[in-house]
Design a protein around this ligand. Structure first.
Ligand code: SF4
Ligand code: SF4
Length: 55
């Protein structure tokens, strides 16, 4: 699953690129796991590498 670490600076880039609208940002990003389709697109766009994939 996708997790957001404390490195997140709240830029909302991940929210904008997520095709499933599975990320909300209120100060920091949060993944709505039920909506996430695990495409991993957000991983590639975070400027501070705050998003991780964990099995
Ligand atoms: S893995 Fe894909 S669907 Fe899941 S939060 Fe990231 S961009 Fe959205
Ligand atoms: S792209 Fe990275 S830094 Fe920006 S809101 Fe998403 S997780 Fe946080």
């Amino acid at each position: 699953m996708i997790v957001v670490t404390e490195k997140c600076v709240g830029c909302a880039t991940c929210m904008l690129v997520c095709p499933s609208r599975a990320i909300k940002v209120e100060g920091k990003a949060e993944v709505i796991q039920e909506k996430c389709e695990k495409c991993k697109k957000c991983l590639n766009y975070c400027p501070v590498e705050a998003i991780k994939w964990v099995e």
